[in-house]
Design a protein around this ligand. Structure first.
Ligand code: SF4
Length: 217
């Protein structure tokens, strides 16, 4: 009998429940040790939203406030996202929000904990949770917020600069649209931020319109 091969790379896969649904996925993710990121984080921040959401939004990873509260998109970037969703006419309660990586990766700057970009190996390690969320919810459209989310699903060749705002057909969901992460807007000021915010709202409106158009067929 061939020897069972041990995984040579970090992965969350052994921690997944056999018959996944959102409650047992969330519970199992609390004890994930699929990569090293759990070690410096307070807790797993799993996705949140209706089990039958039509739209699933994916960010990069939890931030400082998300790590403390255990909920996704509750910090400054989350508040900006809420405002953009509201302006696009999309109730946040109707969308499922999650991240490509479920633990907060950070570096210390004095007393502050600053975001540290996850490595490709960490993104891939965490992807089984994301895959399970997608296959459980079966959204009509996935909206990737930023390059990490987009590249987690579409590979490193996927460039937001080129593909942003396009409605694509993918293996992950009938429709997928990639746009910027709201945290990118927090690093801008004045008119530049206003312009970027309007573009984010337009992308979200495009995603909502694409769902309506395809549902009407
Ligand atoms: S980041 Fe993802 S794979 Fe790594 S320990 Fe956390 S939940 Fe598991």
């Amino acid at each position: 009998m061939p020897k069972e091969k041990r995984s040579e790379f970090p992965t969350a896969r052994p921690f997944l429940p056999e018959t996944p649904h959102l409650p047992n996925l969330r519970e199992a993710a609390e004890n994930c040790r699929g990569c090293d990121l759990y070690q410096n984080a307070t807790q797993t921040v799993f996705g949140e939203g209706p089990e039958k959401a039509v739209m699933l939004l994916i960010g990069e990873q939890p931030g400082d406030q998300e790590d403390r509260s255990g909920r996704p998109f509750v910090g400054p970037a989350g508040r900006l996202l809420d405002r953009a969703l509201s302006e696009a006419g999309i109730p946040r309660k109707q969308v499922y929000v999650t991240n490509a990586v479920k633990h907060f990766k950070w570096v210390a700057r004095g007393k502050r904990r600053l975001h540290d970009k996850p490595r490709r190996s960490e993104i891939l390690a965490c992807r089984p949770w994301l895959e399970s969320e997608i296959s459980t919810i079966k959204p009509r459209i996935i909206v990737c917020l930023g390059a990490t989310a987009a590249q987690s699903l579409m590979g490193t060749g996927f460039k937001i600069t080129k593909e942003r705002g396009k409605v694509l057909q993918t293996e992950w969901a009938p429709l997928l649209l990639a746009t910027v992460h709201p945290s990118a807007l927090l690093r801008m000021d004045g008119p530049e931020r206003e312009q970027a915010f309007s573009e984010l709202v337009m992308d979200l409106m495009k995603a909502a319109a694409a769902v309506k158009t395809t549902a009407a067929r």
